[in-house]
Design a protein around this ligand. Sequence first.
Ligand SMILES: [Zn+2]
Length: 272
Amino acid sequence: MSNFVSMLAPQMEDIDNSYVFIADSANLLIKMNNKKVTFPEIGDFGPDITKLDRTEYLGTLGGIHCFCLSLEDDLIIPDGIEFIGLRKILKLFDSGFCSVAYRAVHIANWTRKSRYCGACGNKTEKSSFERARVCKSCGNIIYPRISPAIIISVIKNGKILLAHNRRFPGNFFGLIAGFIEPGETFEDAAKREVLEEVGLEIKNIRYVQSQPWPFPDSLMIGLTAEYAGGEIRPDGEEIDKAGWYGADELPNIPDNVSIAGRLIERFAQENK
Ligand SMILES: [Zn+2]
């Protein structure tokens, strides 16, 4: 997220050209501008939308201010502006825009789900000084929820462990992944998930990279590890098939907009 310089809304005289990321679940509004796809600007809707309780300032991208909000009935969408799935955005825009899009969808969903206090049921309002919603009735403070999950490439003798999840379409293989349980380290979660889903033990777990994944609020922590023991036994619940694959015999795998694809690509490059 190095594109962002600040999370606090600046004093702005002319904000018409600021980007506004308007989200509905896992979709965002985009604008066609002379056949070029871009994001809407504040001027398309009017500056009043920056004053809405659910509008959040995101930071700047290339010096341009960015805001987000969730789509509600009070917003009239001008002609030429339409919804597109976040996954498509990952393919259409560069990494700077994608980072803002991730943040926008995550935060817009959070503001929509945090309008009422989970402790006392009263309405919340935006904090004046931090990214939070505050319940004035009971003092509850609600921060955006981020759910960390590990995703791991396990290597054995130059081959990678790939698994078919029952929810995946067709003959599509990915990496073992799962949410971190309360009280677990990254390593604990990785060992548990690999053991639970395919019955294997792993060692030498290393961090590789991470990726925000707002479907709806995950942070994927990409790890790698070596095989340490056991025979592949898919759990039958989530995983129905799994196996070891060399770099030159990879099945149908995720593309590299996802961290799964990048971890597999990294393995393939290291094992040409
Ligand atoms: Zn409350």
